[in-house]
Design a protein around this ligand. Structure first.
Ligand SMILES: NC(=O)c1ccc[n+]([C@@H]2O[C@H](COP(=O)([O-])OP(=O)(O)OC[C@H]3O[C@@H](n4cnc5c(N)ncnc54)[C@H](O)[C@@H]3O)[C@@H](O)[C@H]2O)c1
Length: 282
């Protein structure tokens, strides 16, 4: 199978789910977003509307004709039943994801594929709770979804051989680039992104150079679009700390959180969202 599936379901219409729904609708799929209650469904509708408006401003509105008509929001998991692919994008809480995935699998045809957009939970642990783990993989989209070029396809040992081809076809239909990663903590992107960010923080701690100069080293020396410290401020230092603690537990001491990161989070310096991180955002 290749190309965008005819019908796609998305569980959770938050930041990521709405973005994922939008890109599939733009690729021609009929998309149903399932939310937990009516208030959340209304917020998801607004998010989708905003997403369409943003896309129109960026790309012109011609290309978007019909997209809104291909997007539906519901609170009923039964409305996922006709989907060829369902992508789960509920909050990053293991039990919440397991429950959502089991509910979806119950209504889907045996031939349907299911994916999770988890950014850090072990995909294998989710797969093990499903009746058809061979039809399940990770599809790790990036935020914001529409302009982000990368999707990580995360494969478990339980996945069927053809899921890789199917997933690569979906990502290609979205105009994005896929990389394939075997399920491992932090996949490829978070593991590498955190490795470099944590080393940059240790360099600040040791007084090797200023945050500005450390970032400039990577931007001008290695052509990174943004330096590791400014990127960390954007991600949120509390989010960085959480991921880093998880990688420390699973991959060992090389991911031990630097003291400067702990101190900043304790002081409420969470990066851009709080106005102060490694840089100031007045
Ligand atoms: N935000 C990011 O930068 C980012 C990037 C990559 C991956 N992710 C991952 O994507 C997932 C979603 O993150 P987000 O930032 O979109 O979160 P979010 O909080 O913005 O959205 C989650 C949505 O799920 C809904 N929801 C909760 N329980 C539900 C249920 N039982 N059934 C249906 N819907 C339910 C909520 O109402 C909410 O709209 C997480 O696993 C996160 O780790 C996030």
């Amino acid at each position: 199978m290749s190309g965008a599936p005819e019908r796609v379901g998305v569980i959770g219409g938050g930041r990521m789910g709405a973005g994922i729904a939008l890109v599939f609708a733009r690729a021609g799929s009929e998309v149903t977003v399932v939310e937990r209650d009516h208030a959340a469904a209304e917020s998801a509708r607004e998010r989708l509307g905003d997403g369409i408006a943003k896309a129109a401003a960026r790309d012109g509105s011609d290309d978007l004709s019909g997209v809104a008509a291909r997007l539906a929001v519901s609170t009923d998991y039964e409305h996922l039943a006709a989907s060829g692919l369902v992508i789960e994008a509920v909050p990053e809480i293991l039990d919440m994801k397991i429950e959502a995935l089991i509910r979806a699998e119950r209504v889907l045809a045996d031939s349907a594929w299911i994916a999770t957009n988890t950014s850090s939970l072990p995909v294998t642990q989710l797969a093990e709770r499903l009746q058809r783990p061979e039809r399940f993989c990770g599809l790790h989209f990036f935020n914001p979804v529409p302009p982000s070029a990368l999707v990580e396809i995360v494969l478990t040992a339980l996945a069927s051989d053809d899921i890789h081809t199917a997933a690569a076809g979906w990502v290609e239909a979205l105009g994005k680039t896929a990389i394939v990663v075997n399920d491992a903590p932090g996949f490829a992107s978070s593991r590498l992104g955190n490795a470099i960010a944590l080393e940059a923080m240790r360099m600040v701690e040791e007084g090797v150079a200023s945050p500005t100069d450390i970032d400039t080293a990577m931007v001008l020396g290695y052509r990174h679009a943004t330096g590791p410290l400014r990127t960390s401020d954007l991600v949120g230092l509390d989010v960085r700390l959480n991921i880093c603690e998880f990688l420390h537990e699973t991959l060992g001491d090389r991911f031990a959180p630097p003291q400067i990161l702990r101190d900043k989070v304790a002081a409420g310096e969470l990066g851009r969202k709080s106005g102060q991180g490694f840089f100031s955002y007045p």
